[in-house]
Write a protein that binds this ligand. Structure first.
Ligand SMILES: [Zn+2]
Ligand SMILES: [Zn+2]
Length: 223
């Protein structure tokens, strides 16, 4: 965006990896973050090549999972400053990271971001996951639906215990009755902690017609 570009001239962005001037991540730190494939199960953290280990694949309502990396170091700063310090330009870098770790996606797949809660949109002026989804959709030439999955409840999850998150997540989402649920979905979120949010969203989408749900996560919370 022009505004981001102009702002970057006035106050140049710093690379979250090495503190050199760079837009979110410099090329070298960008490469560091994608050069080694993330080899852990999204759910349990066991070593696996496939994103979900054999056991966990049976217990979650999604078929495949793709993760950029663990939530630490440069990735943690990149996502954190994007969400909490409104560094809007990081959306493009995060979308590039996802683009680099995602395989070729089947035709007909639609990107569905986990919607940002309303108070956060008001405070930051943008929905952060929606913005990443928008950039990713553009670079992959696949559609993205930011209005299919809606928040029914806007409470903040931050700081809640695992069980409370699960209970809250179950009633968090609703579907937009004016939208059709596509059979194949790439469900996108920035951080994965207990999985309660992802699982609730995927269950709802499957209940209403989704056949296959692929999950894309930027940063997996370290156990
Ligand atoms: Zn760097
Ligand atoms: Zn597992």
């Amino acid at each position: 965006m022009l505004l981001d570009y102009l702002l970057s001239l006035v106050s140049p962005h710093i690379c979250k990896g090495c503190d050199e001037v760079g837009n979110g991540l410099c090329e070298s730190c960008f490469f560091d973050n994608i050069s080694e494939k993330y080899m852990k199960c999204l759910v349990c953290g066991e070593v696996t090549k496939r994103g979900l280990c054999r056991n966990c694949r049976l217990g979650v309502p999604f078929e495949r999972a793709f993760v950029v990396g663990e939530r630490r170091g440069a990735l943690k700063r990149l996502v954190g400053d994007f969400k909490y310090n409104s560094e809007r330009g990081n959306a493009l870098v995060i979308a590039r990271l996802l683009d680099a770790v995602l395989p070729v996606l089947p035709t007909g797949i639609v990107i569905v971001p986990i919607p940002t809660i309303a108070p956060h949109i008001r405070r930051r002026g943008f929905g952060h996951t929606e913005l990443v989804a928008h950039h990713l959709a553009k670079s992959r030439h696949i559609p993205c639906d930011n209005r299919l999955l809606l928040r029914a409840d806007n409470s903040v999850q931050h700081g809640l215990k695992a069980r409370e998150r699960q209970r809250q997540a179950r009633t968090t989402f609703r579907l937009n009755p004016r939208r059709a649920v596509p059979p194949e979905i790439l469900l996108l979120d920035d951080i994965y902690t207990t999985g309660a949010t992802m699982i609730a969203a995927a269950k709802l989408l499957k209940k209403h017609g989704a056949k296959t749900i692929n999950v894309a996560i930027v940063a997996r919370q370290v156990k």
